[in-house]
Design a protein around this ligand. Structure first.
Ligand SMILES: [Zn+2]
Length: 326
């Protein structure tokens, strides 16, 4: 049986083999050496969270240090992301005007993270997700939540320090855990549809973990709140960074003893699908699932393989992406 580690590695944005070098982030000399190395690369992130990719769309278009200095002659404030087999990677946040200049000078175009999940190699997609999550935190964490004084970024962009000497609190990038779960009962699995979603669109149930909860408590609570179903047991499946804007999706499988449903306010509909119903729905296009970049897809794929020995990839059609957020 596949381990959760191998399953996570197969999720989109989750195959980032990089040494984050956290022990060096407070060493300015070391960082300076990395930043000026000839193989240092700078991922450009535009204010709207888009990044520069090559003209053929098949990979990130990271720039060298000299190219970045020509782009922003007034100076750079890069964030160290980490070092991979091809050298050190930095994040450089730029405004729309600089982005336009970069694309004009170097070719390529700016794309969003969702498109990157389906079009870029796994490492590039993972690096973009990491950079985007960190940049979002940097942009939104400018004042101290305790005393409202301005913050300054430290530790190569990975820590924010309050400038009020009476306070001096340190703040760190946040990641909000969200569970996502495929509930089964006998041969059937439970899928639901949010009120804002297109009519044919169904997904596994999901929700944020609350303070004081274990992940398993969150699974039980969300499934009961959304569908009125009591989960008897659940197990961890895999995880996925989901920086839309700051989540990590924690995939679970779960069992229920009964199929009776009682919908809460978060769902417009929920149904139990036997494998043959799911297959028929996909074939007739009366049913649309979350796209392959999502953990929801991976959970349904896992269930269909175990319940019926079928491969989901042979049944789905390309459909526009819809984010799984409540
Ligand atoms: Zn403060």
């Amino acid at each position: 049986m596949q381990s959760s580690s191998a399953r996570s590695h197969g999720n989109t944005f989750s195959a980032l083999e990089i040494d984050r070098g956290s022990e060096h982030r407070d060493d300015p000399l070391w960082l300076d050496e990395q930043a000026h190395a000839t193989d240092a690369r700078y991922l450009l992130l535009r204010t709207d969270g888009h990044t520069l990719v090559r003209a053929d769309g098949r990979g990130l278009h990271e720039l060298s240090r000299p190219a970045c200095e020509r782009l922003l002659p007034a100076g750079l404030s890069p964030t160290y992301l980490g070092s991979a087999s091809d050298g050190a990677h930095f994040l450089l946040r730029i405004d729309a005007a600089a982005a336009e200049r970069a694309a004009a000078a170097h070719g390529g175009r700016f794309i969003d993270l969702r498109s990157a999940g389906t079009s870029l190699p796994a490492f590039d997609a993972g690096l973009f997700a990491y950079a985007r999550g960190l940049a979002h935190w940097q942009e939104r964490t400018r004042y101290c939540p305790a005393c409202a004084a301005p913050l300054v970024l430290e530790s190569a962009g990975h820590r924010a320090k309050c400038t009020n000497p009476q306070c001096g609190l340190e703040h760190f990038p946040r990641t909000d855990p969200a569970i996502i779960v495929i509930v089964t009962c006998g041969d059937a699995c439970l899928l639901g549809r949010g009120p804002q979603w297109p009519e044919r669109r169904y997904s596994t149930l999901a929700g944020f973990v609350e303070p004081g909860e274990t992940l398993e408590d969150a699974v039980r609570r969300e499934v009961f709140e959304e569908a009125g179903v009591r989960v008897t047991d659940c197990d961890y499946h895999s995880s996925q960074p989901w920086p839309f804007p700051a989540s990590i999706m924690l995939g679970f499988t779960a069992h229920a003893r009964e199929r009776s449903l009682h919908l809460g306010a978060e769902l417009a509909d929920a149904r139990w699908f036997e494998p043959e119903q799911l297959v028929a729905g996909l074939k007739s296009r009366e049913l649309v699932l979350s796209p392959p970049v999502s953990v929801s897809y991976k959970l349904i794929e896992h269930w269909l393989r175990e319940a019926a020995g079928l491969e989901l990839a042979s049944l789905v059609h390309d459909e526009p992406f819809m984010p799984v957020r409540r």
